[in-house]
Design a protein around this ligand. Structure first.
Ligand code: EZ4
Ligand code: CO
Length: 400
């Protein structure tokens, strides 16, 4: 089965997505997600200008060799753009292989370890009370796990909370926001304490610090929220320095998650081998596809670390499909993040996966179960958009 064509589409049904479609001489096609939020056109060019010409004519079933060819063969390895491009090819090829085998993708990976995947979504409010109301609203929709964020008193814009009427992340240039760690560290235990009191013991609560803390501050936060029994605390520190987690670990038993920005196994090797985290957040689109995340998951499993894939709304529905098939198979599954996609995106990317009673189901159709409507997508052209940046009150640029 030869690859006859590969095309890249950048569309914006509610937000920007980069999609790769690979066609074969057997009449079977596969699709992959290559979205890197704020750098969409760079991945599109990396694919179109450099990888696609070398892809045409290859055997579509040689997934491993194609992965190695574009990883080792590039000389310039790793990095978010290159790895997202490889991921899109990899996921599209797994889609093709599973369609050719007439099997849902999880069957090719080794079959189901579970019937459905525990998932969490986001509650984010202007105040503690508003956040608590949003937590309750999600439990009423069936969620058994909720990520809890709220605006921080005295700070104009807070990560994870968008002011009413302001479209999330639809800004021609990055918005500049303020960050104040002291206020944050005082606020979060109050927020999580209030929500825990309100919801009782059973609901899983999560929180994301989005790489804003130093190791010592992170250790203090992890320790101070222990009484609220979190499912996890996410991205406490930037993990370029994996060893920073040794300090956090010494001070707290709160479960830790990190890795949504990692793009290879090397970014988390120390974290996994030393058991410094509990959940690894890598997801197919940003960490080299099914082929590479599976390797990360196997190394994680050796060290009692479970997969908790990143699933914000900038992972296209294709990545959700691929991640859910991986989740369905992986023995060391933890939880799958799910942020609702805009309605236009749900139409452009018809998908078999679905949410039911707080669990995600992978679907049973051959392939990863996500399709792409090129014609409809053409009605939503790319719109320049960026994530925010954060500064301290003295102007110092901080981590977003
Ligand atoms: O800010 O996906 O856990 N989820 C997150 C996300 C990230 C975006 C970045 O593009 O941290 O909301
Ligand atoms: Co996050």
């Amino acid at each position: 089965m030869k690859i006859t064509n590969a095309q890249v589409f950048v569309c914006s049904p509610g937000r920007n997505f980069v999609t790769l479609k690979i066609e074969t001489d057997a009449g079977i096609y596969g699709i992959g997600d290559a979205t890197v939020n704020g750098r969409e056109l760079s991945v599109a060019s990396y694919l179109t200008d450099h990888l696609v010409p070398a892809l045409i004519g290859r055997d579509a079933s040689a997934i491993e060799d194609i992965w190695q060819y574009f990883y080792r063969g590039a000389y310039w390895r790793r990095g978010p753009i290159g790895m997202a491009a490889i991921a899109a090819i990899d996921v599209a090829l797994w889609d093709i292989k599973a369609k050719a085998a007439n099997m849902p993708l999880y069957q090719l990976l080794g079959g189901a370890s579970r019937a459905r995947m525990l998932s969490y979504s986001h509650a984010a409010g202007e105040t503690i009370e508003e956040t608590a109301d949003k937590v309750i609203a999600l439990t009423e929709r069936g969620f058994k796990a909720v990520r809890v964020q709220s605006a921080i008193p005295g700070m104009p814009v807070t990560y994870g909370v968008d002011k009413a009427g302001v479209a999330p992340q639809a800004h021609e240039r990055p918005r500049e926001t303020l960050w104040d760690t002291s206020r944050y560290l005082r606020h979060v235990p109050k927020l999580l304490g209030h929500v825990r009191d309100m919801v009782g013991e059973d609901l899983h609560l999560l929180h994301d610090a989005h790489h804003r803390l130093t190791p010592q501050e992170a250790a203090r936060l992890a320790k101070s929220v222990e009484p609220f029994d979190l499912f996890w605390l996410e991205d406490l520190v930037p993990a370029e320095n994996q060893e920073a987690f040794r300090l956090i670990r010494q001070h707290s038993t709160t479960p830790l998650a990190v890795g949504e920005v990692f793009n290879s196994i090397h970014d988390c090797r120390t974290l996994l081998e030393e058991g410094l985290i509990d959940y690894i957040r890598t997801t197919p689109v940003h960490a080299g596809g099914i082929t590479h995340v599976r390797r990360i998951a196997d190394l994680a499993g050796l060290h009692h670390v479970r997969l908790g894939s990143h699933g914000a709304a900038d992972m296209s529905p294709i990545t959700m499909g691929a991640a859910l098939h991986l989740d369905r198979w992986v023995p060391n599954f933890g939880i799958q993040e799910y942020a609702f996609h805009p309605p236009e995106a749900q139409e452009v990317f018809a998908h078999e996966w679905r949410l039911e009673d707080g669990y995600l189901l992978s679907g049973e159709t051959p392939g990863h179960g996500v399709d792409f409507d090129e014609k409809l997508a053409a009605r939503y052209p790319y719109q320049r958009a960026y994530l925010d940046v954060a500064r301290l009150s003295d102007g110092t640029l901080w981590n977003w």
